[in-house]
Design a protein around this ligand. Structure first.
Ligand SMILES: [Zn+2]
Length: 271
């Protein structure tokens, strides 16, 4: 009894550009007593009298991908080549749970590991940086790298350059002063002298800045804009307006709440 079905056939290309290269095509293959005897000369195309017929052809063509590929050059034997492997991998796609053995395997992977034990894959630069403890400053000094890109001396130098750029203003002996870039404040000459003694410094060692006051800010009616009805035109109850006026008068008469670094540098001189 003769039967037929769709099968994948492996051909060797006769195209001069890629002669000998294997390509695959679906053909109709005919059988006698279950053995392949012949195949259609050309690969089959998908055709039929309607949607159902096309679907039938496609599903049978699909099915042939699960069967071994036949080798035209070694007819009617199976093709022993790469297509088989790929096909097999496709067929093997299945559900894998984390608990399944197949979900992972212990592999030896190669990559850069920092001295701190972190894996960086191919990124040698990052691994070397993470694994380093010291850094070479632009001046050549090797320093412990933690937060800075420059050594202490270079940072001091840069700080001084920045400080020197501020405009100089003579100190009147009363304005609050502070050390540049720090939380050290001085309200008078005594304060400065204490600091110099405590730290064994000379007046010329200090990078002093004038401070500017942080005043208590006035309270205005605008803070209630959002809750005022539209028809009020923002007009507050008169008792509240009066109270605000009194409050703001108190606020304006208050001394500064605190101080912060100003924009002028200065110096402290002993007389
Ligand atoms: Zn340096």
């Amino acid at each position: 009894m003769s039967t037929w079905n769709h099968r994948v056939l492996a051909h060797k290309s006769k195209n001069p550009n890629c002669e000998g290269e294997v390509y695959f095509q679906i053909h109709e293959v005919h059988y006698k007593k279950g053995k392949p005897t012949s195949y259609t000369e050309n690969g089959v195309s998908v055709g039929g009298e309607g949607y159902a017929a096309l679907q039938w052809v496609l599903s049978h063509m699909q099915e042939c991908l699960t069967k071994p590929v036949l080798d035209v050059d070694n007819w009617p034997n199976e093709f022993k080549g790469e297509f088989i492997l790929k096909n097999k991998a496709m067929k093997d796609e299945k559900v894998i749970l984390a608990s399944d053995k197949a979900s992972a395997s212990l592999q030896t992977v190669k990559g850069w590991v920092s001295s701190t034990g972190r894996f960086f894959g191919k990124d040698e630069r990052a691994a070397r940086y993470a694994g380093s403890t010291h850094k070479k400053c632009e001046c050549g000094v090797v320093f412990e790298r933690k937060f800075y890109t420059k050594c202490q001396e270079c940072r001091n130098k840069a700080d001084t350059e920045r400080y020197d750029k501020f405009e100089f203003k003579e100190w009147d002996g009363e304005t609050m002063l502070c050390l540049y870039g720090s939380d050290e404040y001085f309200s008078d000459a005594d304060d400065i002298e204490y600091y110099l003694t405590d730290n064994d410094l000379e007046p010329s060692d200090l990078q002093l800045m004038h401070c500017k006051p942080n005043h208590f800010t006035e309270v205005t009616g605008e803070r209630w804009d959002e809750i005022m009805p539209e028809c009020s035109d923002g007009k507050l109850p008169s008792v509240l307006v009066d109270a605000l006026e009194k409050l703001n008068k108190v606020i304006m008469d208050l001394p500064p709440a605190s101080w912060c670094e100003g924009k002028f540098r200065t110096e402290y001189k002993r007389f």
